[in-house]
Design a protein around this ligand. Structure first.
Ligand SMILES: Cc1cc2nc3c(=O)[nH]c(=O)nc-3n(C[C@H](O)[C@H](O)[C@H](O)COP(=O)(O)OP(=O)(O)OC[C@H]3O[C@@H](n4cnc5c(N)ncnc54)[C@H](O)[C@@H]3O)c2cc1C
Length: 461
């Protein structure tokens, strides 16, 4: 039995397989499970990367029928029942559960793939955090860069991710970093602009929750632009569909996802978003030994409506796939998958969230916020992560601070890699010094060092 992907679907499937008499191989290209719903908190310096990531091996300390492998699946041979991996020999399977999730899509908008910051992986979140903190440092040392949008963040997409990022960015600038700004800069307010193509935020929520989200974001200083599209983006500006140009060096891309490209290996009909059409029991048409679950699958609710790309859909689907495999091994026919909707939640900011639960229960404001925190804490994988996140949230709340504000330049920002660094002003106007003069200085420095009189102090022998 092979499970591809240690995300929400893959983890649920692997746990369910612990009770079955099968050998399981769990494959993921990373060595950790990422808890994506808290990714925006890493991007806004509220949490550290390893608070939202958990070692895949650590998640299954005592599962004797399991082998965990860090490998990327590059191809699938459905006839031979083999997976092609990025290294090592092909991996044969009897049953396959495919849960490789989704990837960000730029909808072909010019400049998005080069300059925007997607928020789909832990490195994405770390890269965005470093970029925002670097922009802040740049604004402090070069105040004139504010006019170029150094502290203007544009967020594309008014779904839960866009709303959460906008609220958190407004809080980061308005509450946390504001205290660090010099007086002359504090007056020049950083901008957060949320751009949504439709006429509403949080489309899956009720009108009341949508209105609360809009009201709260606006109150926190987020400029919400509905019925507006992104036309193009460059390293220094975001151009909107109505022609407006917003000087900004930070476009956060929460506007869309598509199925993992591995879907194209399966040779079956792909639905909108590149999702794989599946039979009602989530198996691949014509291949009862292959189950496709989570974001990559186009499963329906029985009335033809596609199920949303959400964590509970992935984990419930994975458990259903395992039940179906267990039934098949006993010669029983599998049942159609029925998703149990447990509701929707989105956090908007400090002491503000909307939660819509089964039975028509709606929570907003502080109650919604507490329920959001409690649920996400409970769903995090690993006791250590739950404890650290709980303490960090408490600390952040009491101090209005953000602990994870260090810039570790491991991942250059896309706009930086795309941009040629400008020479320093002094260098631009200074004629190059003749080579012999430079050599002369080097020789003198070497002599001084040899004599133990180098300017910066000498190294003890
Ligand atoms: C920023 C963000 C916020 C979100 N917030 C919420 C929320 O609040 N509530 C909610 O319900 N849902 C939320 N979601 C959606 C939710 O995270 C997804 O629906 C869920 O993760 C889907 O589970 P999955 O198992 O299909 O994929 P994933 O959880 O994404 O797991 C896929 C795994 O497959 C691995 N993989 C991919 N390709 C390969 C390959 N070729 N070979 C090997 N391994 C591979 C990946 O490394 C990954 O570990 C959010 C998503 C994002 C990005």
């Amino acid at each position: 039995m092979v499970v591809v992907g240690a995300g929400f679907g893959g983890l649920a499937a692997t746990k369910a397989l612990a009770r079955m008499p099968v050998d399981v191989v769990l494959l993921d290209r990373k060595n950790y499970h990422g808890f994506w719903p808290l990714l925006y908190q890493v991007a806004t310096a509220a949490l550290s990367p390893d608070d939202v990531a958990y070692s895949v091996r650590g998640a299954f300390p005592r599962q004797p029928n399991l082998e965990v492998r860090m490998a990327e699946v590059r191809g699938i041979d459905l006839e031979a029942r083999e997976l092609e991996l990025d290294h090592g020999p092909d991996l044969p399977y009897d049953y396959l559960i495919l849960a490789p999730g989704s990837v960000a899509t730029d909808f072909g908008i010019p400049g998005v793939s080069e300059h925007a910051f997607p928020l789909k992986t832990v490195p994405d979140a770390v890269r965005l955090r470093h970029h925002v903190l670097r922009q802040f440092e740049m604004a402090c040392s070069r105040p004139w860069s504010l006019a170029d949008g150094a502290l203007t963040v544009v967020v594309a997409g008014g779904g839960p991710t866009g709303v959460e990022v906008s609220g958190a960015m407004a809080e980061l600038f308005g509450k946390v970093l504001k205290g660090d700004l010099q007086d002359n800069l504090a007056a020049a307010r950083p901008r957060v602009v949320l751009v949504e193509a439709s006429d509403r935020l949080l489309n899956a929520f009720s009108a009341r929750s949508r209105a609360e989200a809009l009201r709260t974001l606006t109150k926190h200083g987020v400029e919400v632009r509905l019925e507006t599209t992104i036309a193009s983006v460059s390293a220094h500006a975001v151009k909107l569909g109505d022609g407006t140009v917003i000087p900004s060096q930070t476009l956060v891309w929460g506007a869309g996802i598509k199925a993992n490209p591995i879907a194209q290996c399966l040779g079956v009909e792909l639905f909108p978003g590149g999702r794989v059409g599946v039979d009602p029991d989530l198996s691949l048409p014509g291949h009862p030994e292959v189950f496709v679950v989570g974001d990559i699958a186009f499963a329906t609710n029985g009335k033809g409506r596609p199920l949303p790309q959400l964590a509970p859909v992935a984990s419930q689907g994975a458990k259903h796939a395992v039940r179906s495999i267990g039934g098949r091994m006993k010669g029983q026919a599998s049942k159609p998958f029925r998703y149990r909707d447990k509701g929707n939640m989105a956090i908007i900011g400090r002491r503000s969230a909307v939660a819509e639960l089964p039975g028509g229960i709606r929570l907003g404001g502080t109650f919604g916020w507490i329920s959001w925190l409690a649920l996400h804490l409970a769903l995090l994988v690993g006791f250590r992560n739950r404890a650290v996140v709980m303490v960090t949230w408490g600390w952040n709340f009491l101090t209005s601070g953000r602990g994870s504000r260090v810039i570790l330049d491991l991942h250059p920002a896309p706009s930086q890699t795309a941009r040629r660094p400008r020479p320093l002003v002094a260098e631009r106007h200074r004629p190059p010094r003749p080579l012999h003069a430079r050599r002369q200085r080097l020789v003198s420095a070497q002599r001084r060092a040899a004599a133990g009189t180098a300017g910066r102090g000498k190294i003890a022998a």
